[in-house]
Design a protein around this ligand. Structure first.
Ligand SMILES: Cc1ncc(COP(=O)(O)O)c(C=O)c1O
Length: 402
């Protein structure tokens, strides 16, 4: 008699808190596509889905690396030429106290490793709300309770300093700052960074500075790196090839650790342990890091021009459409407009998808103040597609709520 195993295999209960709203409606969208509808996808921040291309010199570099036999495991920390280029990039960003750099499988893995290397059971880190959901997913995986601070919509989605101050406890180890921000598009001023750094200094916190969009600043201002504004504070700055260099599928990210050398030493050792335990990041793609950071930056001029024009169209639409209002995004390619509607934004996005075939993400999937409703729009599609999507959303609002 063959032995059969018929009992259900339960997944770990801590996974109940792992959510990724950005892909929540994917199943329904697939079903509608199968029925023959064409979905306008304004939900995923992947430039390659639209009229953006990975710079050819990066593709050539990776292809050459593969042909040259760079197909085995790489060093756990990353290949030397990539590490050198990342450190030099840290210096260009104004970081004067770089202590370490390492390469990961996308910033997603930088976050995974940096949080796992820091947190003991019972401790917490402060994450923004609204939040890029990766952070809460990793925290759920580590069985760490959420401790969120508000981003203040009335202040252009800047971090609420009073709230951060209030939420720091003796068990708080770090604070996450996403700048430029996903989902709001906000960019922090130097003065804001200095005030956050002062709180970190006083409470011995690490700052995780997620700066994956640092080259996508849309107005005439300069991005200020958190670690440049606070050289003495322990900061891990996150960067990668997914957004600035239009290669999200390569899964290449990195971390730059800065601060006082003696203070960050044990933490760096912890990070290195975890880096070794997962062998290495993708090998041939790492050759593109130096080519990206030190080669032509020409594509960025075009990218910024396109997304600036699409941002302007988005903001104009938001502010001229009844029941919609929006803080103008200053970086990245997301808008987080507020909806004045008598039902939840989760219902809104589902019905919008079913009736108009436009896919956006509900604000409640990122976290928002009780009683408010939002949607996140990815404004990467060209003006024609965006115009069509916005017209459909306006018609939907008009019909549903008038
Ligand atoms: C703020 C932020 N951090 C990290 C990531 C993950 O990036 P990666 O593709 O490098 O894993 C994203 C992706 O959208 C993001 O928006």
């Amino acid at each position: 008699m063959p032995i059969t195993q018929a009992r259900e295999i339960a997944a770990a209960s801590r996974l109940e808190n792992v959510r990724y709203a950005i892909r929540d409606l994917a199943v329904l969208a697939d079903e509608l596509t199968r029925q023959g509808h064409r979905i306008l996808p304004l939900n995923i921040g992947d430039p390659i889905n639209f009229d953006f291309e990975t710079p050819p010199h990066l593709i050539e570099t990776v292809y050459k690396a593969m042909k040259d036999g760079k197909n085995g495991y790489a060093p756990s920390q990353g290949i030397p030429q990539a590490l050198e280029a990342i450190r030099a990039e840290g210096t260009r960003k104004g970081i004067t106290s770089v202590q370490d750099a390492f390469v990961t499988t996308g910033v997603s893995e930088t976050v995974d490793i940096c949080l796992a290397a820091l947190l003991n059971p019972g401790e917490d880190i402060l994450t923004p709300s609204p939040d890029y959901p990766l952070y809460s997913a990793v925290l759920a995986k580590l069985d760490i309770r959420l401790n969120t601070y508000w981003l203040n919509e009335d202040d252009g989605w800047q971090p609420d300093l009073m709230d951060i101050h209030k939420k720091i406890t003796p068990r708080t180890r770090a604070i996450v700052l996403i700048n430029p921000n996903n989902p709001t598009g906000a960019v922090c001023s130097r003065s804001m960074l200095e005030q956050i750094a002062e709180l970190a200094r006083r409470h011995n916190l690490v700052i995780f500075a997620d700066e994956i969009y640092d080259k996508l600043i849309l107005d005439d201002e300069k991005h200020v790196s958190m670690a440049a504004a606070s050289p003495d504070v322990p900061v891990v700055t996150f960067g990668g090839l997914s957004k600035n260099y239009l290669a999200p599928g390569w899964r290449v990210g990195w971390g730059i650790v800065s601060g006082d050398a003696a203070a960050v030493k044990p933490y760096i050792e912890g990070i290195h342990r975890l880096l070794r335990s997962r062998l290495c990041a993708n090998h041939p793609e790492q050759y593109a890091i130096k080519a990206a950071l030190e080669g032509s930056q020409h594509h960025l001029v075009e990218v910024r021009k396109k997304i600036r024009s699409r941002r302007d169209l988005t903001v104009k639409w938001c502010n001229s459409t009844p029941r919609v209002s929006c803080v103008s995004p200053r970086g990245a390619f997301y808008a987080f407009p507020r909806l004045d509607i008598p039902e939840g934004d989760d219902v809104f996005v589902k019905e919008l998808l079913v009736q108009k075939h436009v896919l956006v993400v509900h604000g409640s999937g990122f976290g928002q103040k009780p009683g408010t409703n939002h949607i996140r729009i990815v404004f990467l599609p060209d003006e024609k597609i965006l115009g069509k999507a916005y017209q459909s959303i306006a018609e939907f609002i008009q019909k549903r709520y008038s």
